[in-house]
Design a protein around this ligand. Sequence first.
Ligand code: HEM
Length: 438
Amino acid sequence: MPDATAAGALPPRPDLSRWMMGVGFLLTPTRFFDACHARCGDWFTLRPAPGRTLVVTADPDAVREVLRGDPDVLHAGAGNAVLAPVLGPGSTLLLDGAEHLRHRRMLLPPFHGDRLRASTAVMEEVAARHVAAWPRGQAGPALPRMQALTLEIIVRTVFGVEDPAHVARVGAPLRRVLAQVGTRGRVVALGLTQGRHAGPLSPWRRFLAARAAADAVVTEELAARRHAAPGQDVLSLLLQARDEHGEGLTDAELRDELMTLLIAGHETTATALAWTVERLVRHPDVLATAVAERRAGGHAYLDAVIRETLRLRPVVPAVVRQLRRDLRLGGWDLPAGVHVAPSIYLLHRRADLYPEPLAFRPQRFLDAAPSSSTWIPFGGGVRRCLGASFALLEMRVVLGALLDAAQLAPARGDRAGEGTTRRAITFAPARGGRIVLR
Ligand code: HEM
């Protein structure tokens, strides 16, 4: 659908310089969104790329309406089109309508109920082994360590493989794809060279080569599994899953879904874990309470720490929906084609929803469970992250293993909180969550 250009109907555009509009969005994203909010309030319009109109909102009523609205009018798949080069067109994240529901129904069961509980043993074993091997007494970023750990968990959960060499053979090409979008500079370079006919060393061509290598490994695993006896892993369950017409997913669809689960399923969780330790080492009282609770065998406070981190440092800063027809929202008549983006980042920082919103205070979530309309790090409605329960359990297990095995401290001279950097579509700690383990 062509994007809308009917500017008159749209919320204001922030009066920021062209440079700030382009570079701020990519390089200093939280400062950029704070500046837009300060200038325009809860609604503003951005043009992040030619022909793309993004209406950002932090208005709680509108956010609720968008997340719970008619999925045939509010297309999330079209809104996520930017992910297509990495995930492929058959990814749940990129589908809409009946096809989206068909895929989602088949993907959900492995990540819930008994199946989810069965994943705990893998999470515990991997977490304890990785944490034991992390260097002691030396400052370093938590993020790469968390990425290696969550990658092993998701590869083992999805493919049911245990042999370390096999896990590495599947995991390494996936990390190489993500490395292509892993820094601010690379995101900018990729955007500038995307789709252009350039030499083999151009960022876009290098990205395509990395993706082809990852594709090849996933396709190979898939082919091998089609001929093997089914196990309890996610791929075995997906191979057996059938829709209401008795049809399963094709190989091309399965490939894209596996890519989605592997990538969406570990990079986000690793970043959330890095933010959690970044926050914990700067709040010794919170850290001490979490350790004491762990020794007493509980996890309610640790869960609240995780929820508070996801509130204040959401890994995915916004969800996006493209309008398939004109829609009135928050008093604005938005034309079909526009992209509407409920801002998770701005919503979570509203003083009317969270008193003293910038304070890191896990207690908020001990007194009351998070509300599904004001705490939305996993999005919402029929598009809510289908790995949310998996991610929350994994975070509890990994942080628990960390608190059991080591004392956490901030790196020397590193008392101030870390800023935010953009890694592809995620917001990550600027220095990777630097900590020292003792
Ligand atoms: C802390 C970790 C995670 C965060 C913050 C996160 C966040 C999100 C968000 C914001 C969305 C979009 C929701 C919307 O548009 O309303 C999403 C969708 C999705 N996530 Fe996650 N996610 C995480 C972990 C995971 C894991 C572990 C998996 C898989 C094992 C996963 C798989 C997916 C999938 C398949 C979708 C698409 C759902 C759909 O469109 O129906 N995510 N996630």
